[in-house]
Design a protein around this ligand. Sequence first.
Ligand code: PLP
Length: 399
Amino acid sequence: MTICDPLNVFLSATHARVDLDQYERNIRILREIAGLDRDFMAVVKGNAYGHGAVACAGAALHAGATHLAVARVSEALELRAAGIDAPILLLGGPNLAAIDQAVDHRIALTVGTKEAMEAVQAAAQRTRERPVVHIKVDTGLHRYGADPELAVHLAQTLAADDRVSLEGLYAHFSSSDEADEEPTRRQIEVAEATLRNIATAGVEIKYIHLPNSAAIIKGRTGNSNLVRSGTATYGLAPAPDMTMPSGIRPIMTVHSTFTRVSTLPVGEGVSYGLTYRANAPEWLGTVPVGFADGLPRSLSNRGWFLVNGQRCPIRGRVCMDQTIIGLPAELACETEVTLIGNGEDDAMTVDTVADMDGTIHYEVASGLSARVPRIYYRGDNVVGWVDAVAGVSKYPHEG
Ligand SMILES: *Cc1c(COP(=O)(O)O)cnc(C)c1O
């Protein structure tokens, strides 16, 4: 039996590698598809879908993104604290209790209700800043936003208020990743009719932005002069059956090593509940990754990790912090183990994991927890890293 220390890559042997060159290539391809005359908002909410918000935001701007988008005031503040100065839009309804902080940090706010509008006006009064506002019109997703009629009223009221700067009107598609174009076409129609009514009321708005990743790729962009993209920038298809434009590839892989390599005698079981038992003596490798890192427990006895190009099955239950796999032979503890690959080898991908877990890759990638350090690469060079739990980081844009 070999017992060894976890490889001290940074603080944890289990880590994600994020290819920032590929991320920038993905963004450049998407910008070209959307048309270079349109502005480009890189969506980095949910810790950049699990890839790490600060590093991705910096790279997105380098690749020509003109705007960033997040979902929480805290996410916007993280970017500002890291020195990112670009326009940031808070998608969805803002937490009204945090509006002053958002305004103080020049975070553009979404307004989709009368209450949100009044809260922004009050914050403008208190802070003496001039908050940028985008109106969200609900064109059929029925999640957040103003009905078209209310949207016109909000636009008129905000345009008449010098304390705020009304800059955008947007909507979000429900079904732009689906073959049936009709729901998207209708949503575009409602949004553009709303914009026309706003114009008729004498209000001009700089940006209209409807498309998400799927709509950009399918060319369902309407008259938008700004597009928003999240998933495709990370190289992940908006829907499993969507073909991605050539050149776009996933940017993140997840790796580890073993904390122990051992043998399982015939008849003995592995992990909680001993749900796997050896029929023949078997080599096992213990990997320091579990559901607290975002590896779904539903992969117990179903998933696999890739070692030396070979699929090694997960034996027994995935634990909170550790997972055991079957090995073809005795291996050194420092052997590289690939937990999630980018589709170019036999490793599981975020799609494989999502399939097994009955979900979509968005949940798998964004569910990769803060405990997993993210290491940023350009080519073969490490250009930055974040271990959010340890509070250790070196961001690429800091040089
Ligand atoms: C998350 C989100 C996006 C990005 O969608 P993708 O499909 O990941 O490109 C765009 N707009 C809004 C309002 C969102 O919430």
